[in-house]
Every structure is written in structure tokens, then in C-alpha cells.
Design a protein around this ligand. Structure first.
Ligand SMILES: [Fe+2]
Length: 227
């Protein structure tokens, strides 16, 4: 179930519908140097997945990185009573039922700041996504700031992705510019992300981009970067 992308980095892929469309979802698992596991955008933890996680390390941190990727985060702490939960800005109001350790921002909590960087992507308030960068594996971890749908996606998803300019084309969809309410702020954030030394990009919907991620992201956001 856990698919290894690099040392101390795995993903778990699961079906997920959004607005009736099968778009899939992906959890990223980062093992920190002390053996603790950070679950980014958790999927439902069934017994088999828990066994696999337990064989890799101690689940201590759960992260819901934006206002949409929170559906299963509340299941982590009951399964792992020592685990603590962080959420993207706004989720603390949307999910008052969650017991949270903190709201994510530009400064990574000290629990993982020596290995993982963060940035709150501003100007896109519908999602309020916090972007993660796992330094040692040179991996950028996104949820909804880019898609990467290919032929493995269901036929209807491929069709919709094609209409939105997202089929076999890494990056944001044609609708994404409409979601950005403060272009200057979003541009500054994208420039900071592109300053990180990453090559691989994990997205929540579509395929992982194994290499060339920095250039692909720059290309996908050229419309934003050039103003
Ligand atoms: Fe998403």
C-alpha cells in the first residue's frame, strides 16, 4: 500500500470523488530522522495500512494542508493517541471538532523544521494551502496547486481534465486563475517555492512527477509569474 518514492518518503493512493468525479487522492508519508512519521493529507487508515505504517516508524504528526484535504485527518489521533494534528489556515474554524496542535504557516513547527520547509500559499483563500518541501529527497508536496492527470485516470476524469487543460499537462487547471484573489501575493509565494531545490513533485490528484518538477511548475504558472 505504501509506495516508496525515496528514502524516508512514501505515498498512499486511494480513490476519492470530488463533485461526482473520481479524482483520487494521495497521502504522503515522511519519516523524520528520529523515526517519527508525518502523514500529509491522510487517507483513511485501515488495518492493513496501519500495519504498514507501524513497520516504517511511529505515527506522530498528521497534517491537513488545506481547507479541502481534511476528510480523514480526524481519524489519525484516535488510531495513534500520541499523534498530534496540524491544519492549514481556516481549517481550525471549518473543523472545530479537531483537537489541533497548531495552524500551519511559513514557519515549520520545530518537530520537523530541520528536515521539512513550509510555505503558506497566499492569495488563494478557497483552499489556503500550505506547501511542503522535504529537503533530503528534493520533493515538493502539493495538494491542489497542481494536477497531473494521465491515461491511468478514469475516462470521464480524463475528459474533464482535457477540457480544463490539465490532461497530460502538469500544473494548475484553466480554472485556477479564477481562484486567485491576490495575484501579487500568490506570485510572491510561487517565486519562493521555485527558489527551493526540488526535483520531484507529489500532487494529490494525478501522477507523481518524478523529475523536472521545478521547471514544470514554473511553466504551469507562467501566467502568474509574468503577471
Ligand atoms: Fe484536492
Amino acid at each position: 500500500m505504501l509506495r516508496e518514492l525515496a528514502r524516508d518518503l512514501w505515498v498512499v493512493e486511494r480513490p476519492q470523488r470530488f463533485c461526482g468525479l473520481e479524482v483520487g487522492t494521495r497521502m504522503t508519508v515522511i519519516r523524520l530522522s528520529d523515526g517519527s512519521l508525518l502523514l500529509h493529507s491522510p487517507v483513511l487508515l485501515d488495518e492493513e495500512l496501519r500495519r504498514e505504517l507501524d513497520s516504517r516508524g511511529d505515527v506522530r504528526y498528521a497534517v491537513a494542508p488545506n481547507r479541502f484535504h481534511h476528510l480523514y485527518v480526524g481519524k489519525v489521533a484516535p488510531a495513534y493517541p500520541g499523534a498530534r494534528t496540524w491544519v492549514g489556515p481556516g481549517l481550525e474554524r471549518k473543523r472545530p471538532d479537531l483537537e489541533i496542535a497548531g495552524v500551519l504557516g511559513d514557519e515549520a513547527p520545530r518537530e520537523w523544521s530541520s528536515e521539512v520547509d513550509q510555505l503558506f500559499f497566499r492569495g488563494r483563500p478557497m483552499e489556503n494551502e500550505v506547501v511542503f518541501f522535504h529537503r533530503v529527497s528534493r520533493t515538493l508536496v502539493l495538494c491542489d496547486l497542481a494536477f497531473n492527470f494521465g491515461p491511468r485516470a478514469p475516462r470521464l476524469t480524463c475528459l474533464v481534465a482535457r477540457l480544463l487543460g490539465s490532461y497530460q499537462r502538469f500544473g494548475p487547471s484553466r480554472l485556477d486563475p479564477l481562484l486567485i484573489r491576490d495575484r501579487a501575493a500568490a506570485r510572491r509565494c510561487m517565486e519562493r517555492i521555485l527558489g527551493w531545490d526540488f526535483d520531484r513533485v507529489v500532487v494529490a490528484h494525478g501522477e507523481v512527477l518524478e523529475s523536472g518538477g521545478c521547471e514544470a511548475l514554473r511553466c504551469g504558472y507562467a501566467w502568474l509569474l509574468t503577471g
